[in-house]
Design a protein around this ligand. Structure first.
Ligand SMILES: Nc1ncnc2c1ncn2[C@@H]1O[C@H](COP(=O)(O)OP(=O)(O)OP(=O)(O)O)[C@@H](O)[C@H]1O
Ligand SMILES: [Mg+2]
Length: 238
């Protein structure tokens, strides 16, 4: 059975897509059967991050019944990352209602599916939460982001979705940001990892590679790989 893990956040731009792609890549590197799925249907960009923008079969065509799920499963060959991309054109024809069919359509494509979500609590973001069995929230280490993240956590709990924890992204490690222990206390969930703000992430975006593949020894890549290992350790045999 495919395990759907939503990658969600209260605020936009905190790094959901980056984390979802890199967790899928890092989990694959350690032998797991993982796929990243672009559940941000109105802001789809997983394929832009990985350099394959024009695709016939996408999550959109799957959810609208025009393609089979297996036709929308691609391999980013250099890195070995598997992805189900969305259609990068703004496509309001796919709504939260369509996304409620996500679990059924993704079933069997991989053991673990990391579902990149839209920010906040739009219909689309809530539909991704509803489809998932667990959620990882991404936040930056500042109060506005943490407060919005708490809303996502509370919505997930109300929906009965298990909250695995938070990943703090774009950390500068200085006195101007909230400490991880403080973020954990405010959110009431464990911190899976802290990923530094790192120019390697921007370089990898330009190269259209996950940073864990293109810059494996960078601080961000090491932190993302540790997050993947923490997730595996925590789940045991997964
Ligand atoms: N750790 C990091 N260090 C440096 N830049 C980063 C880091 N994480 C993400 N970024 C950059 O921040 C920008 C936003 O990242 P990303 O697209 O992953 O965020 P998002 O939460 O998915 O955004 P949206 O809410 O719009 O979907 C991108 O340019 C990405 O390369
Ligand atoms: Mg995104």
């Amino acid at each position: 059975m495919t395990r759907l893990v939503a990658i969600a956040s209260g605020k936009g731009g905190v790094g959901k897509t980056t984390v979802a792609i890199n967790l899928a890549c890092a989990l694959s590197q350690i032998g797991l059967d993982a796929v990243v799925v672009d559940g941000d249907v109105n802001g789809a960009n997983v394929s832009l991050h990985l350099g394959s923008p024009k695709l016939k079969a996408t999550l959109h065509s799957v959810l609208s019944g025009k393609s089979k799920p297996s036709e929308a499963l691609y391999l980013h060959t250099p890195s070995g990352t598997r992805l189900v991309p969305g259609d990068i054109a703004m496509n309001k024809t796919i709504t939260g209602n369509h996304l409620l069919g996500l679990a059924r359509n993704i079933e069997g494509l991989a053991h673990v599916a990391l579902i990149d979500s839209a920010p906040g609590l739009t219909d689309e973001a809530v539909a991704v939460l509803k489809s998932a069995s667990e959620v990882i929230v991404i936040t930056t280490p500042d109060m506005p982001s943490v407060v919005d993240t708490l809303k996502t956590i509370n919505a997930a709990k109300e929906l009965g979705v298990s909250v695995r924890g938070a990943i703090i992204n774009k950390s500068h490690g200085d006195e101007h940001e909230l400490e991880a222990a403080n973020v954990s206390k405010l959110l009431g969930v464990p911190i899976i990892g802290v990923v530094p703000e790192d120019i390697s992430v921007r370089e990898s975006l330009r190269m259209k590679h996950p940073v864990v593949y293109s810059h494996p020894d960078s601080a961000a890549a090491m932190a993302l790989k540790r997050c993947a290992e923490t997730l595996v350790r925590y789940r045991g045999q997964d």
